[in-house]
Design a protein around this ligand. Structure first.
Ligand code: FES
Length: 236
């Protein structure tokens, strides 16, 4: 009894099933493909000397869709760099606008003539009754004339020194015209009597308009040889 049990334990459990023959090593033809390394279970250690399995490469990362800054996480509108950029753009546009405006104005100005507005040479000075005896200087600044009334006439002296063209001053206390430039002196009729002035001052053309006002024309001047002519005085 004891021997039977021993025999059973030494024999294989399934003696009837024939064992599958192990594959024979290839001796001819192409070398056999190297066995595909099977992934070892986690925690298992590779046997010493065995080649290390190639590291599993990571799959390429797929770029995420650009959905813009998340709500509430981006910079606030009109602050920081955005505001600075906006200010710079405004400054650039204003500079361009200023330059264009300047050049437009300069171009427009170019097409208009540079005229010098001088006082009219023909103008009215009022009625004969507006002037008393003596020299009236109220038109000296505006028209460069003196209106002189004597007992028989009114005439107009053109206020220009016959030396070098300065405008003399009326010196009432001295009863004469005095040139400030070189000291020439003229009497109430405009005749030179001192200083370098070579001759009397000219008189302007005068006439009455239909209303009786005195009209002066400084474009028509008369020297002393013409002072008796019509148009050099108004008889009163
Ligand atoms: S300009 Fe009048 S005196 Fe010379």
């Amino acid at each position: 009894m004891t021997d039977e049990k021993k025999t059973d334990a030494a024999s294989p459990a399934t003696p009837d099933k024939p064992q599958a023959p192990s594959p024979a090593p290839a001796t001819t033809g192409t070398p056999a493909a190297s066995p595909t390394p099977t992934p070892s279970p986690p925690g298992a250690t590779a046997p010493k000397g065995a080649p290390a399995p190639p590291a599993a490469s990571k799959p390429p990362a797929i770029p995420a869709k650009d959905t813009g800054p998340a709500k509430g996480t981006g910079p606030a509108k009109g602050s920081g760099p955005d505001k600075l950029l906006l200010t710079r753009r405004k400054a650039v546009w204003w500079s361009i606008f200023g330059v264009l405006t300047f050049w437009t104005g300069a171009t427009v100005r170019f097409f208009f003539p540079r005229t010098l507005f001088e006082p009219k040479t023909r103008f009215k000075i009022g009625y004969a009754g507006d002037f008393g005896l003596g020299v009236d200087t109220k038109f000296q600044q505006a028209q460069r004339i003196w209106v002189v009334r004597d007992p028989g006439s009114i005439f107009v002296i053109y206020a220009k020194c016959t030396h070098l063209g300065c405008t003399p001053d009326w010196k009432e206390s001295e009863n004469k015209f005095k040139c400030p430039c070189h000291g020439s002196g003229f009497d109430t009729e405009g005749v030179n009597f001192e200083g370098p002035a070579p001759r009397p001052m000219d008189r302007a053309h005068v006439e009455l308009d239909p209303e009786g006002q005195i009209v002066v024309d400084t474009a028509r001047l008369f020297g002393p040889t013409e002072w008796k002519k019509t148009g050099t005085f108004i008889p009163v």
